[in-house]
Design a protein around this ligand. Structure first.
Ligand code: C2E
Ligand code: MG
Ligand code: MG
Ligand code: MG
Length: 289
């Protein structure tokens, strides 16, 4: 009986793994089609200067817009894309669409910066820089207006050498460490990489106002200002946390307090308003991941 049930369990596990693999590959094909068909598009979240409360940039965040109108958040498809080189096509698609939007917006807001997320997989390629630079310059945008965000993961540390980051900086791009404070060996990494700034993760933002949260944030801004790096605080949802972050030395902020990510046509309305913070419309927030 014992042996029989073990075999049965094994068979059951194998059946389920096989089903998962099939579901995964169907989704992968659908995602590849969605990228080609123009259904993966950038939404934009403003980046705000904490001193002036003005929008200084936008972060492009991928959304899957289904023909029926439904919107899927990246947590549902980025991990899948990360399993293959599909993430490279996805990133380049977002970069090129976002660069086009920003070129248009530059007519009204010439100093507007664009932030995009870059998978560590790009760095596995010999000529990783050319497609990224082309996606930007083909749209008529200068790399100097673009910040590339790298999420610090175990893999990224293995892939990205300071020489590769130097190549991006030499091409004119800003390079930022995303989700800072959640990865491992962050400090060692920070000291080794020629990055332009760090984005403090929402986990730390949530702790603002507590003794430990403030101490950690002060440690980060102390270190970054010593290294002449900028800091953006992510996931700010309250005026109080925006004020604390500014007082603790953060330069920029991002979060639902100012605005959730919105579709491109909704953005100009945001910088038309003089008081960004009071204009928050939480109903635009997409479903939690
Ligand atoms: P991220 O780059 O750290 O982006 C910030 C995430 O926090 C976004 O989630 C944003 O909608 C969310 N967020 C912003 N403010 C608030 C807030 O006040 N409260 C809360 N609860 N959340 C807030 P989103 O858009 O779902 O993206 C999730 C992640 O997916 C991104 O994290 C990024 O790592 C990845 N991602 C998104 N687009 C792309 C892309 O085009 N390429 C790559 N490689 N990764 C992407
Ligand atoms: Mg990011
Ligand atoms: Mg991230
Ligand atoms: Mg982040």
């Amino acid at each position: 009986v014992e042996f029989g049930s073990v075999v049965e369990d094994q068979l059951d596990l194998m059946r389920r793994l096989n089903e998962q693999r099939q579901v995964g590959s169907v989704l992968t094909q659908e995602l590849a089609q969605a990228i080609r068909g123009g259904h993966i598009i950038p939404w934009y979240q403003p980046v705000v200067d904490l001193d002036s409360d003005r929008i200084v940039g936008v972060e492009a965040l991928a959304r899957w817009q289904h023909p029926e109108g439904e919107i899927t958040n990246p947590a549902r498809f980025i991990p899948l894309a990360e399993d293959s080189d599909l993430i490279i096509d996805l990133d380049l698609t977002i970069i090129s669409l976002a660069a086009r939007d920003v070129v248009r917006w530059h007519a009204e807001r010439p100093d507007l910066r664009l932030s995009v997320n870059l998978s560590g997989r790009h760095f596995d390629r010999d000529d990783f820089l050319t497609p990224i630079a082309s996606a930007v310059t083909d749209a008529g945008l200068s790399p100097e207006a673009v910040d590339l965000e790298l999420t610090e993961t175990k893999h990224l540390g293995e892939r990205v050498t300071s020489g590769l980051v130097h190549q991006l900086r030499d091409a004119g791009f800003g390079v930022w460490l995303d989700d800072f404070g959640t990865g491992w060996s962050s400090l060692e990494y920070l000291l080794r990489m020629p990055v332009s700034g760090v984005k403090i993760d929402r986990a730390l933002t949530l702790a603002l106002g507590s003794r430990i949260g403030n101490a950690l944030t002060t440690a980060v801004t102390g270190l970054t200002s010593e290294l002449d790096l900028k800091t953006t605080i992510e996931g700010v949802e309250t005026r109080r946390n925006a004020q604390i972050a500014r007082d603790l030395g953060c330069d920029f902020g991002q979060g639902y307090f100012w605005s959730p990510p919105v579709p491109a046509p909704d953005l100009p309305r945001l910088w038309a308003s003089s008081t960004n913070g009071s204009n928050t419309d939480p109903s635009r927030a997409t479903a939690p991941n």
